[in-house]
Design a binder for this molecule. Structure first.
Ligand SMILES: [Cu+2]
Ligand SMILES: [Zn+2]
Length: 175
């Protein structure tokens, strides 16, 4: 057996092992999505959430278009579901099951709402394509964001005051 064959067998073994390991986990990975299809602000696209295990951070993949170029926007999960076309005001306050103050995503659980995901930044073409993760939200249990609503605000969140973000310009419920 030559060197190339040994290497390729090694790769096959590695891939097979990975599949086997993920298939044998006791808790499956979870995923959810918020799809932005309506609203006067012309913001469209999706935000996907993946949690590989219940104890792990949730990975958030943002793929949105329709922003003013080079602008920053408060990005939160609010408490209640809305239907497409509803006013985003129907989404209620920030998702806050622990009765915490408003804050930013890098603060501890007693210094932020569960729904406080900070800001997203639109590029020169008005697009947001970013992947990040959050330690506090979950896709199951008391901090689950399923059935709640992702809201995008007109202004940046200063990570201290709810009012800094201004009005709600787009929203989509997470399912
Ligand atoms: Cu908000
Ligand atoms: Zn908040």
């Amino acid at each position: 057996m030559d060197f190339v064959n040994i290497v390729s067998l090694g790769i096959i073994g590695f891939v097979t092992g990975s599949v086997y390991m993920s298939g044998s986990e006791s808790k499956p990975s979870r995923q959810a999505k918020a799809i932005f299809t309506s609203g006067p602000a012309k913001i469209r696209g999706s935000v996907e959430f993946v949690q590989l295990a219940d104890s792990m951070n949730v990975v958030i993949q943002v793929n949105l278009t329709g922003f003013e170029p080079n602008t920053s926007h408060g990005f939160h999960i609010h408490d209640k579901p809305v239907k497409p076309g509803d006013s985003c005001d129907l989404a209620g306050p920030h998702f806050d099951p622990n009765d915490s103050p408003h804050g930013g995503p890098h603060q501890g659980p007693k210094a932020r709402h569960v729904g406080d995901l900070g800001n997203i930044l639109a590029d020169a073409n008005g697009n947001v394509q970013v992947k990040f993760s959050d330690y506090l939200i979950d896709l199951i249990g008391p901090n689950s964001i399923i059935g709640r609503t992702l809201v995008i605000h007109e202004f940046p969140d200063d990570l201290k005051t709810i009012q800094s973000s201004g009005k709600r310009i787009a929203c989509a419920t997470i399912n």
